[in-house]
Design a protein around this ligand. Structure first.
Ligand SMILES: Cc1cc2nc3c(=O)[nH]c(=O)nc-3n(C[C@H](O)[C@H](O)[C@H](O)COP(=O)(O)O)c2cc1C
Length: 161
């Protein structure tokens, strides 16, 4: 482990599930690299690995779904973080809502939003998607599942090609 790895190990943040759809194709993955990046106007940055199936769909999408998970939803984090849409339909059997313009939203999460993609910024092996929040739902007050709580999950997609 490098000193940088140890430094960032001290940064905790809620994990998100970011979903995208294009035509009939739906995708989504667990995301730890995210942040609010502007107050006024409100902007959220979510970062997707260029290797992930979700990136392939998201780069063609105008809208993304962003979901905060509750601390009791480690199983959902595992489904979206430890499987890849290259080989598995992660949405099979899950309650979802196909919102306007085809963005796919998961039910049963404490908070979710639909974001319009304003910009896609290359950031190394991830691309940052700058989102304008369009529709924000606060569904319950569950404590969010944190990155540290999800570090036991083995990413479903290789980190390098
Ligand atoms: C704790 C944790 C955090 C992760 N953070 C990100 C992230 O910020 N961005 C990303 O693209 N993938 C991230 N991943 C990896 C993807 O969620 C994982 O490789 C997933 O299987 C990709 O699925 P896909 O190929 O269907 O897109 C993370 C995985 C874990 C376990």
């Amino acid at each position: 482990m490098t000193r940088f790895d140890r430094f960032v190990e001290g940064i905790d943040t809620p994990v998100l599930v970011v979903t995208a759809s294009h035509g009939d194709v739906r995708a989504g993955c667990l995301v730890g690299f995210s942040s609010q990046v502007s107050i006024d106007p409100p902007r959220l940055l979510v970062c997707l690995s260029t290797l992930n199936n979700t990136y392939d769909v998201a780069r063609q999408a105008e809208l993304l779904g962003v979901h905060l998970l509750g601390s009791g939803q480690h199983d959902l984090a595992e489904r979206f973080g430890a499987e890849t849409g290259d080989t598995v339909d992660k949405f099979a059997g899950l309650p979802v809502r196909d919102d306007r313009d085809g963005v796919v939203l998961l039910d049963g999460v404490p908070r979710r939003l639909v974001g319009r993609v304003l910009d896609r910024i290359p950031l190394g092996d991830h691309v940052g998607f700058v989102l304008e929040p369009l529709d924000v739902e606060i569904l319950d007050d569950a404590v969010p599942l944190g990155l540290r709580d999800a570090m036991d999950i083995e990413p479903g997609h290789p980190r390098s090609s």
